[in-house]
Ligand binder design. Structure first.
Ligand SMILES: *[C@@H]1O[C@H](CO)[C@@H](O)[C@H](O)[C@H]1NC(C)=O
Ligand SMILES: *[C@@H]1O[C@H](CO)[C@@H](O)[C@H](O)[C@H]1NC(C)=O
Ligand SMILES: [Zn+2]
Length: 415
């Protein structure tokens, strides 16, 4: 027996997804890389052998719910704990594996003052005089049993050593600890967002984020079924910022051999760019290129864009647009200061989930998997990528020139 034609089946489904899209406007994402003073590098011991088989490197994310999640209304709490985060994590764990496993994850303590010290040939960080009573990851207070022993130096800097309770057991069997909270923060009120996330501590050897937070803005959590897909992709999007796709991490990307793509000082850190408020990446990660933007009165107008130029991203971008001379994938750069380079350029990738504003039918494409691989921290399973149709095969005119220019070209061709 023949079924109804495919278009008949698709019709209502498409209509429903359009309606769902209209109902679930989650606005834009304003991911903020945390200020450098809040990000610690942590020395972790190589993973104890025998814990897991060595070829099973699938990314393991451990979710720790802050008490604020338990204080959400029951329907929201259940949505967050039973569906949203488990499903987001499940996707990300299947999509990525880690290149180097360390563990257990044990976070370093914040200092009582902003004075941190390092000793030569010692990977640990020391506080001047005292550690802080509590250590935070974003808005979340890190449980004491996830913390390393406090390490301090006396005021003279002469005597340094451990102080207070010894190292905790830490979080075993995970590569990344995600602290999830549901706190109505100042940002929730200002930005009309469902959630935001970032990393808070990086592992010292390869700089891979090993802990981060995701805060949900309670008033924006909706338990309406038609909102679910949008919120799920928002949560995945935010966790991807915490895992690696962040302007604050570009300077820490490594190549396949584990070498930093940006030169380091003796301190082990790249240069800090004060005007960006970020560590400065090298041209092996991001380059500025000039684009033909418009033609006014016969005169060409050019503008500068930032493109991500790591190898897999270049390859995927060229293939996606069918443009073999494309330098790399353009990043969004509203305001032009470079501080907003946290997303793919919307004009070029529209409904790709790592663009900065949320539209319907968001997909995590090969490009997003590629940037995560090019961080040097993960491998991606490309069969987890979703098909992106926007821009596909449209060629160099589409991707290297302005939208207006491209449309006028198309019009001329039709005439
Ligand atoms: C810092 O960033 C600004 C803005 O992108 C850039 O113009 C400047 O060249 C950077 N400074 C260094 C030292 O790279
Ligand atoms: C990649 O993902 C697909 C789909 O989930 C799965 O069938 C396959 O086994 C995965 N491959 C690897 C190497 O993990
Ligand atoms: Zn974002």
């Amino acid at each position: 027996m023949e079924g109804p034609p495919a278009s008949w089946i698709l019709g209502p489904a498409v209509l429903l997804s359009v309606l769902a899209g209209l109902a679930s406007c989650h606005g834009t994402c304003r991911h903020r890389p945390p200020p450098p003073g809040e990000v610690h590098h942590v020395y972790l011991k190589p993973e104890r052998l025998m814990k897991r088989s060595s070829d099973d490197l699938q990314l393991k994310i451990k979710i720790i719910y802050d008490y604020s999640v338990d204080h959400l209304p029951a329907d929201k709490r259940r949505l967050v704990k039973d569906k949203l985060f488990p499903q987001a994590i499940d996707y990300l764990q299947r999509a990525f594996s880690v290149r180097r496993r360390v563990g257990p994850v044990l976070l370093s303590r914040q200092c009582a003052t902003n004075q941190y010290l390092r000793k030569r040939d010692d990977p640990h960080r020391y506080c001047q005089d005292a550690c802080a009573d509590i250590t935070r990851c974003g808005p979340v207070i890190v449980p004491q049993h996830h913390l390393q022993q406090c390490k301090v130096c006396s005021e003279s800097g002469q005597s340094c050593g451990p102080l207070g309770p010894p190292d905790s057991p830490g979080v075993e069997g995970s590569d990344f600890v995600l602290y999830v909270s549901g706190i109505t923060t100042e940002r929730c009120g200002q930005e009309n967002i469902v959630a935001y996330a970032a990393y808070c501590q990086l592992e010292a050897e390869l700089d891979r984020p090993i802990a981060g937070y995701a805060n949900l803005c309670p008033a924006m959590i909706s338990s309406q079924p038609q909102e679910f897909e949008g919120m799920l992709s928002t949560v995945k999007h935010e966790i991807i910022h915490a895992l690696g796709f962040s302007a604050g991490l570009f300077a820490f990307y490594h190549d396949d051999e584990g070498k930093p793509l940006t030169p380091r000082f003796a301190s082990g850190l790249p240069a800090f760019n004060e005007s960006l408020g970020l560590y400065q990446w090298s041209e092996a990660v991001i380059r500025r290129v000039s684009r033909l933007w418009d033609i006014r009165g016969g005169e060409m107008v050019r503008h500068q864009v930032h493109v991500l130029v790591t190898p897999r991203v270049v390859e995927e971008a060229r293939r996606h647009f069918n443009c073999p001379i494309l330098e790399g994938m353009e990043l969004e750069n509203q305001g032009g200061t470079g501080t907003e380079l946290n997303h793919w350029e919307k004009r070029l990738l529209e409904n790709e989930a790592m663009t900065g504003s949320h539209t319907q039918n968001r997909v995590f494409s090969r490009l997003t998997l590629a940037i995560m691989e090019d961080s040097g921290w993960y491998r991606a399973n490309y069969s987890m990528a979703q098909r992106l149709d926007w821009g596909r095969g449209l060629g160099c005119d589409f991707v290297m020139k302005s939208c207006k220019f491209w449309m006028e070209r198309q019009k001329q061709r039709l005439q």
